[in-house]
Design a protein around this ligand. Structure first.
Ligand code: 6PG
Length: 229
């Protein structure tokens, strides 16, 4: 499985490159199937990309939005990944509500995971999966020392308890389901991620490294996150 490391010149170049990859994936999916299934990353790094997408003009009715993970908080909590994506992007464009598939994490890890797995049933490979990278090498809500769901028979959606990054209860697509994708793009910024990138490049077993789609993964970093290690 190939990991392609890409280092942007600066924040502007990083955003330009991220947008170009979303556009390319959307163009390919819409041309092939008439719909574009994209999985959103949580956390703060992708927000610049989401805000930029909110300024663009697309046939949003053909976009299908999924979430890679969600925090078990009330649905209107400011720390919810879905609410951050709505405020930055989804509520600012004419994407039909039925096309935005929020993880019902307010129900708690197990009920939400079971419900989201049902929602995902019948959905094939994602066209583009966006993922973040934690300082400990986590991605989505797959954390070191936890079950990442890599096995061929792993569930699509995992309940997460005692996550080291608050809140402790979360829901996450499994490594296997995240890797069932035509393209996977990691969005990484900041010196805080340098150690995780170095460990990843050294071949250490990390949740991020466990995402192994057939087409490989792209890791788009800024200079602060890059490590020659
Ligand atoms: C979450 C995210 C998580 C995030 C990384 C990076 O719910 O917290 O899914 O995996 O992507 O922790 O977060 P930042 O982009 O905020 O550094």
């Amino acid at each position: 499985m190939q990991t392609r490391w890409e280092v942007a010149e600066d924040g502007h170049d990083w955003l330009r490159r991220a947008l170009a990859r979303v556009h390319s994936a959307a163009r390919e999916a819409l041309g092939r199937a008439g719909a574009f299934h994209i999985v959103l990353a949580g956390g703060g790094t992708p927000l610049a990309l989401y805000r930029a997408l909110a300024q663009e003009d697309h046939d949003w009715s053909r976009w299908r939005v999924w979430f890679g993970d969600e925090r078990c908080l009330p649905s209107d909590h400011p720390e919810r990944n879905s609410l951050m994506a709505r405020e930055a992007w989804l509520d600012r464009v004419a994407i039909p509500a039925a096309n935005v598939h929020v993880i019902p994490a307010e129900l708690g890890p197990e009920r939400a995971a079971a419900q989201y797995a049902q929602t995902l049933a019948g959905v094939g490979a994602f066209d583009l999966v966006l993922l973040g990278l934690g300082e400990d090498g986590h991605t989505a809500s797959l954390f070191p020392g936890h079950d990442w769901g890599e096995a061929a028979d792993a569930a699509d959606v995992l309940p997460v308890f005692d996550a080291p990054k608050p809140p402790p209860e979360r829901v996450s697509l499994s490594a296997r389901r995240l890797a069932r994708a035509r393209r996977v793009l990691f969005l990484v910024q900041g010196a805080g991620k340098r150690q995780a990138v170095a460990a990843w490049r050294r071949g250490e077993r990390l949740p991020a490294a466990a995402i192994r789609p057939p087409g490989g993964v792209d890791v788009l970093m800024d200079r602060d996150a890059w490590s020659e290690a």
